[in-house]
Design a binder for this molecule. Structure first.
Ligand code: SAH
Length: 453
């Protein structure tokens, strides 16, 4: 076969990034926009030695798991990969993904993985409390906003993403109209020119409080009082600010925040714990599922009251405070200084005195504290970013010999890698449970309990 040739195949499996997998004469094809169980006609795009990429030409027989895509730009937009797959089947896909990583990378025999049913969402739409919209221009030169297409930075126009809050649309319209009226240019990445880069919008689901932070390529936004005036009229608007980002970078937020209106943060609750969230702090995007995730982590931690607990990669202390309700003492470590400021504030806000926070890298703070004899740990909780834990961090955890280690992961591949290391160093996986925080995407969160053998 060669480029543009057509062939017919059945979709037998799905790749980790959500493409369908078909086979012809033992050769593997990755075909985007197909669903496991579809029979499709496909067109060859690119061929390698053992596998190739093809595009879906038409569906000959739809999979029983296929559903109509709700979003008009589902295929172009980089946000969703599984919009044509029923929600139930997505959960199965995610469970398989975790299982695969724990066996292939983690080295656990598949039948021995203590997998519990994945926690799905009751309503998988409009679950995100946060969105970052890039600004640009379309072919006619009009100011547009939406989301990046998969793998590129071309903007797919979409102001009412079905995963996000309904207010996004009104807020973006206000910003767009303001820019048009006052002749304020959107940022042009290629030329590194123009002012408005992104709008960050966040909502506290429990409180209804809204935050808008406009990321600009400059130190000032002309007529900013006017924009503030207009945004303030949106019901729930609590915090309006600017983030200054003059760098030539993919990183969305600039480090300097200029407050325009309100206290500089919004508040939200997860369970009974109250949190303050600033523009730069990490906060889980799906608060309903976050509660289930934290409750599972708490259950896995098996706290009885007097324990010393370390919460590594603690962000604004969300998990730390959750654990502190049941533990003797909790120590949190986080690399972003503003997040630790929020964490300390959050502890005060909830009247919790049995928590202490450290700014720094987990792989530096933990060894420092342990080796100088300042601490020990009954339970350690880690919730690292996608790249997983640094080996120095894992090495220290092994030395500290906690009774329980709860590993919360947003990328089961690096979880698999780290579990492999921990299993070689005396730990065993006792419980595993997936939690779906990101419906319609291929991502899944995993909670894993490890104990010493
Ligand atoms: N547990 C928190 C945050 C998890 S996200 C919550 O549930 O809300 C991961 C966090 O790890 C981010 O806040 C990020 O800033 C932080 N981080 C990244 N690398 C780190 C490192 N080497 N040491 C400590 N924290 C780190």
């Amino acid at each position: 076969m060669k480029k543009n040739d057509r062939f017919v195949t059945e979709i037998l499996d799905m790749s980790e990034d959500g493409a369908g997998i078909g086979r012809t004469d033992g050769y593997t094809w990755f075909i985007k926009d197909t669903v496991i169980g579809d029979r499709v006609e496909a067109g060859v795009m690119k061929m390698k030695k053992n596998y190739g990429f093809a595009r879906m030409v038409r569906i000959l027989e739809p999979s029983p798991f296929r559903i109509p895509e709700r979003c008009p730009v589902a295929r172009q937009c980089g946000g969703c990969q599984l919009q044509a797959m029923s929600y139930e089947e997505q959960l199965k896909f995610k469970e398989r993904k975790i299982r695969n990583h724990l066996s292939r990378l983690g080295g656990i025999p598949e039948e021995e993985i203590p997998m519990e049913p994945v926690m799905g969402m009751e309503d998988p739409w409009r679950y995100r409390n946060k969105a970052q919209f890039p600004f640009g221009r379309n072919r006619n030169g009009e100011i547009v906003t939406g989301f990046y297409a998969g793998r590129t930075h071309s903007i797919i126009e979409q102001e009412d993403c079905l995963l996000g809050i309904e207010e996004n649309k009104d807020i973006l319209e206000i910003i767009r109209n303001f820019m048009k009226e006052y002749n304020i240019a959107p940022y042009d990445e290629a030329e590194h020119r123009g002012l408005v880069r992104h709008a960050l919008i966040r909502k506290g689901f429990a409180t209804g409080e809204l935050m808008v932070c406009l990321v600009i390529n400059g130190r000032n936004l002309p007529y900013r009082e006017e924009l503030t005036e207009r945004l303030r009229k949106v019901p729930g608007m609590t915090s309006i600010s600017l983030s200054l980002n003059m760098e030539k970078t993919n990183v969305i937020m600039g480090k300097e925040i200029v407050n325009l209106y309100g206290p500089g943060f919004i508040t939200d609750y997860i369970g009974d714990v109250k949190y303050r969230i600033s523009p730069l702090s990490f906060y889980q995007v799906n608060p309903v599922q976050t509660r289930k995730l934290y409750e599972t982590a708490l259950e896995f931690a098996g706290l009885e009251g007097g324990e010393t607990v370390w919460d590594l990669y603690c962000g604004i202390g969300t998990i730390s405070l959750f654990l502190a309700q049941k533990a003797g003492k909790v120590c949190g470590v986080e690399i972003v200084p503003q997040a630790i400021e929020d964490a300390r504030q959050n502890a005060r806000l909830n009247g919790m005195e049995n928590v202490e926070f450290f700014v720094g890298k987990a792989e530096e703070v933990l060894p420092e504290q342990f080796e100088t004899g300042h601490t020990r740990a009954d339970v350690i909780v880690v919730d690292p970013p996608r790249k997983g834990c640094d080996e120095k961090c894992l090495e220290t955890i092994v030395k500290m010999q906690p009774r329980r280690l709860v590993y919360i992961s947003c990328d089961s591949a690096t979880l698999g890698r780290d579990v492999n290391y921990l299993r070689k160093n005396g730990f065993e996986v006792k419980r595993v449970r997936g939690c779906d925080m990101f419906g319609w995407s291929t991502h899944v969160e995993t909670v894993c309990l490890l104990q010493r053998t």
